[in-house]
Write a new protein. Structure first.
Length: 270
């Protein structure tokens, strides 16, 4: 009987697409996207480009009207579960949030897993950046890269940590796993002339896990809540190597949908 049960379980695990459920939001969007897609919009507050890829879905690129290549950052925002690059960018009004940050940066929103069964879409950050340059026809800033990851996007963020250009990682209620990877990254000695590694963790559903994570970082700066004002960070907080903020006012999705959190973090952190 045990052998029969094991065989049945293995059959379920090996079942083909016909036995699978409906595609996840990310998988569905990837399936209907190809490299020929390219849309460019000149808006009052910036320039938006959405381009397609073969097998990796769309990539959204937004550049504020006040953008200056000199001293600019590259900010890569990775969406969480239940969303895809389109629903996150348009549904969460990310261009407005990027604009409201006042940050001189090129903002990139790639496709990412929308459920545990999805594989990481962009395993190599450099491949994504090259695609942005060639297909969106923009010149990337020479400055460092910040990665903002919401929820399940920790999988993508942790896979990029070997990239020497990444200066800061912001985990928006995303510390569900990969604790050791983020710890090693923070403690790693930067390459010559490379940026110091800085990690910002915002906890809501992940608050208890984040507290355990911080035991390995006794010098971390901790705040009981998110700042109310854009200039609410003290210099020592804004530049802390490890900064933890427990969210009392914004829930897991409100962190990225309210328009009150992302602009403050992007504006205030150094």
């Amino acid at each position: 009987m045990l052998a029969v049960a094991v065989a049945a379980l293995l059959h379920q695990l090996d079942a083909g697409p016909a036995d699978a459920g409906p595609p996840t939001p990310s998988a569905a969007l990837i399936a209907q996207t190809d490299r020929r897609e390219l849309v460019t919009q000149l808006l009052d507050d910036g320039r938006h480009v959405r381009f397609g890829t073969d097998g990796r879905g769309p990539v959204q690129v937004w550049r504020p009207q006040s953008y200056k290549p000199e001293g600019a950052l590259t900010v890569v925002y990775v969406h969480g579960f239940y969303d895809n690059a389109d629903t996150a960018f348009f549904g969460h009004h990310l261009s407005e949030q990027f604009r409201d940050s006042g940050r001189n940066a090129l903002f990139i929103v790639p496709e990412a897993p929308s459920w545990r069964t999805d594989d990481v879409v962009w395993k190599d950050l450099d491949e994504l950046l090259v695609a942005v340059e060639t297909q969106a026809r923009v010149t990337l800033p020479k400055g460092p890269v910040w990665v903002v990851a919401h929820s399940g996007a920790y999988r993508t963020a942790s896979s990029w940590l070997s990239n020497p250009r990444i200066e800061r990682v912001i985990l928006l209620d995303a510390l569900y796993s990969a604790d050791d990877d983020f710890t090693r990254w923070v403690r790693a000695t930067p390459e010559p002339s490379g940026p110091v590694h800085r990690l910002t963790v915002v906890g809501f559903d992940t608050a208890q896990r984040s507290e355990w994570f911080l035991r390995a970082h006794p010098n971390a700066v901790k705040l009981d809540d998110l700042p109310f004002l854009y200039d609410g960070f003290r210099p020592s907080q804004a530049s802390a190597q490890v900064l933890y903020l427990q969210s009392e006012r914004f829930g897991h999705m409100e962190l990225v949908t309210s328009g009150r959190v992302l602009p403050v973090l992007l504006h205030g952190l150094k």
